[in-house]
Design a protein around this ligand. Structure first.
Ligand code: MN
Length: 280
């Protein structure tokens, strides 16, 4: 039961109530690659669990408000995002049909930003930029051809994810997803990873998103068309899911426009709150 974070120059930490316990001395120094630190921790989690527990109890504590929390994973090997996975969202997108089996697309890992960072809206002729509040799965053990019934064993944890989207770009209508989803800063995640033991059932979590304190999205993961196990089964039938990979599981209804100067805040039950600013 840990809320793992990265803070202040890629230091490894655990969020405990309103404080951050510094795990660097206990765990971080065993993970030499600073940039891939969280990915390494996830792949070695079983052998590091006792060090993590020691760090949580003995690590230096600092108030959360006085550290800079970073994206908990800065370089996932890939980000997969579910397409039209909530019926009411599919409806609000002009009646997009719900796919007959899970359908996902790739978002560039270079789009990741963390809490307090800025979504930069690019100067492109989009009709609108949208927020999409989503539950993100953080892959634990590598997964290939995993059945849905076994899939949750491959989940390390969960975090908040905003699938920022540019709509209406004059792209090739047959393959317009690349520009719409993968601009730099279009993947805010965080503020930390809640390990899966705290969320045995990812199918009953409330998700909310506000823009400038106006509630825009208020959904529940029980309304997903395809649940986390089915999405893992489908993705792992195509590619190997690696430790630290992210699967954004789709957005409930209520997506809306974002513009320069906005503040986006999202919250998921049992996880916490992620806030980013918007700038052009
Ligand atoms: Mn989405």
């Amino acid at each position: 039961m840990v809320k793992l974070c990265l803070f202040d120059g890629q230091r490894l930490g655990a969020v405990v109530d309103e404080e951050v316990a510094d795990l660097e001395h206990f765990v971080g120094r065993k993970l030499p690659n600073n940039i891939l630190k969280m990915r390494e921790l996830i792949s070695k989690y079983d052998e590091l669990m006792s060090d993590i527990a020691e760090g949580v109890s003995k690590g230096k504590r600092t108030p959360k408000s006085s550290v800079k929390l970073l994206a908990p994973i800065s370089e996932p090997s890939k980000i997969l995002c579910a397409f039209a996975n909530y019926r009411l969202h599919a409806q609000e997108m002009g009646g997009t049909p719900v796919p007959p089996k899970p359908e996902l697309f790739l978002k560039a890992p270079s789009a990741v930003i963390g809490p307090g960072d800025k979504v930069i809206l690019p100067r492109v002729p989009a009709k609108v930029f949208h927020h999409e509040a989503e539950l993100a799965v953080v892959v634990g053990k590598a997964a290939r051809d995993v059945k849905a019934s076994e899939a949750l064993k491959h989940v390390f944890g969960y975090t908040c994810f905003i699938d920022v989207s540019a709509r209406g770009l004059p792209d090739n209508p047959l393959c317009g997803m690349l520009r719409g989803k993968s601009f730099d800063t279009f993947a805010p995640i965080g503020p930390y990873i809640v390990t899966a033991d705290e969320i045995p059932d990812p199918r009953n979590l409330q998700i909310k998103l506000w823009v400038n304190d106006e509630l825009r999205q208020d959904g529940n993961t029980r309304d997903m068309v395809y649940g986390v196990p089915e999405q893992i089964e489908y993705c792992s039938s195509i590619m190997t899911l690696k430790p630290g990979d992210l699967i954004a599981t789709g957005t409930p209804e209520g997506v809306g426009p974002i513009t320069d100067g906005d503040k986006i805040r999202m919250w998921i039950q049992k996880i916490g709150e992620l806030e980013v600013a918007v700038s052009s």
